[in-house]
Ligand binder design. Structure first.
Ligand code: G6P
Length: 489
């Protein structure tokens, strides 16, 4: 974009996501400690120089006083972040309730809550109302900061109502929406009481994106079967108006991981881990402690493997990093107890005075420690029961240039469609198959490991997060231009 004075100006991107990429901790009445978290989305947009990304989202803290809100807004502005303030009750109904107890499970093929149907129906309605209210609050903040020509990129299942709210403010806004989870089969989506309202709200966007072609197809089927609209190869058409629907598989900033392996801190951790687990093969799981990740299935398969292969009992260790998440939602609390119980039982059963088969950590690791763990791992286990993409599998591959370890990957993760040829694909519900895949992975020939790794490494280093962001945004620009041309003719 050229300015009037002839200088090039970067296009402004308003990235709207439930959570800002910064976590805020209050230090005093008007002082804040901000920590930037470099997740997939942040690194994707850092690498794209054509755009100037500004973030709009919830800061993850409850701030009700004016001084707090003003000082946090000022502090965040330095990081190009704009907060949306949600009060505690709204967070409870919208985030813990509708987002993480209804939409998240359903989109991962876990049915709607069944206990006490009446109570669920009542709370379902109030949670949906809170969801719409929260989405409207995000829209208000976007509208306040919007400048003509900006691109507004909405993210994930938290903000399905946002495209509609934004277009009601300004039908000229360029609006894209991307879903980071699977979009389920239309038969699953149709169980949702608010199924039609949500679909129509998303269709207000100019471009709707998913990780895989399957998810895009499920979305189009939901629109045709539930709303009776017409699906075309380009997307969904409603009275001559097209919403473009397409697949944009996300990636990682692979260079960041590859470069990290040269850092002294990472080398130090690598050496430490190698010494600690000398003589044993290292198997690794890194997941948020979420029911969709199939952590119990993974651990039970490891138990079966040890049960059937006594020779391996003192030669292999499973390191499971389980990052706590959404800890106010009862389902997540139950899962934590369940996982602890299984790990305790297995360690009691197969542990010795000097070693245990499973090291389970309920916390996240910092970046150097994580890279080191990826680098020393012989077999990574990604056993999601469903997963939009799963970037842990990509991060593991990026850190394995010298070791060429094996990736065991669930066929229900989006990543199975890109890393399937290099990984061992498994159905995580089939514990017997999973246990025998562990044996196969641990004894795989160096030649086969090399070939599989090369395939995945090439994919991970060429389909990066930067490329993903660029493709989505340029497709959104093109979609809007094409729509303008169509209305002119
Ligand atoms: C998934 C979602 C993201 C979300 C992340 C962490 O990856 O797709 O939108 O930010 O989980 O969950 P949380 O609830 O802590 O934001």
């Amino acid at each position: 974009f050229e300015r009037q004075d002839g200088r090039l100006q970067r296009q402004r991107l308003l990235v709207v996501a439930n959570r800002l990429p910064v976590s805020a901790v209050r230090k005093g009445e008007d002082s804040w400690n901000l920590e930037v978290s470099v997740g997939g989305l942040v690194s994707a947009l850092l690498g794209v120089n054509e755009f100037e990304a500004n973030w709009i989202g919830w800061a993850g803290v409850n701030v009700t006083d004016e001084i707090g809100q003003r000082s946090l807004t000022e502090a965040l502005a330095e990081k190009r972040c704009i907060p949306v303030f949600l009060d505690q009750e709204l967070v409870h109904q919208y985030y813990n309730g509708y987002c993480n107890n209804i939409l998240w499970p359903l989109f991962h093929y876990l049915p709607l809550p069944q206990e006490d149907r009446l109570a669920t129906t009542r709370s379902f309605q109030s949670q949906f109302a809170a969801y719409k209210e929260a989405n409207q609050m995000f829209a208000d903040v976007v509208n306040e900061h919007y400048q003509e020509g900006d691109i507004v990129w909405c993210h994930d299942y938290h903000l399905m109502f946002l495209p509609k709210c934004l277009k009601e403010y300004n039908s000229e806004m360029k609006v894209g929406w991307f879903l980071h989870t699977p979009f389920p089969s239309s038969e699953i989506h149709r169980t949702l009481p608010s199924r039609s309202e949500l679909l129509r709200a998303v269709l207000a966007a100019d471009l709707v994106g998913f990780h895989t072609y399957d998810y895009a197809r499920h979305f189009v089927s939901a629109c045709t079967r539930i709303l009776g609209l017409e699906g075309t190869p380009e997307g969904v058409e409603d009275q001559g108006q097209l919403t473009r629907v397409a697949a944009f598989p996300i990636g990682i900033d692979s260079d960041r991981f590859i470069r990290a392996l040269e850092l002294p801190a990472v080398k130090y951790h690598i050496k430490e881990l190698q010494e600690r687990f000398a003589g044993r093969k290292v198997m690794l799981g890194v997941d948020r402690l979420d029911m969709i990740k199939g952590i119990p299935q993974k651990i039970l398969a490891f138990e079966k493997f040890l049960e059937e292969n006594p020779d391996w009992r003192d030669k292999v260790v499973l390191l499971q990093i389980a990052v706590p998440t959404r800890t106010d939602v009862p389902e997540y609390q139950k899962l934590t107890c369940q996982v602890h119980e299984i790990v305790g039982r297995i360690n009691g059963r197969f542990g010795t005075l000097t070693a245990v088969p499973i090291h389970h950590l309920d916390r996240s690791l910092d970046f150097p420690a994580l890279c080191a763990l990826y680098a020393v791992t012989d077999v990574a286990l990604v056993t999601s029961l469903r997963d939009g993409m799963n970037l842990v599998s990509y991060e593991f591959v990026a850190c394995q240039a010298s070791k060429k370890g094996v990736l065991i990957l669930s066929e229900f993760a989006g990543a199975a469609q890109s890393l399937g040829a290099g990984a061992i694909l498994v159905n995580p519900w089939n514990i017997t198959e999973l246990a025998s895949s562990i044996g196969y992975a641990l004894t795989m020939s160096a030649n086969e490991r090399e070939k599989r790794h090369q395939h995945n490494f090439l994919h991970v280093t060429t389909h990066t997060s930067q490329e993903w962001a660029e493709t989505f945004v340029s497709e959104l620009n093109d979609t809007v231009v094409e729509a303008q041309l169509r209305t002119r003719h």
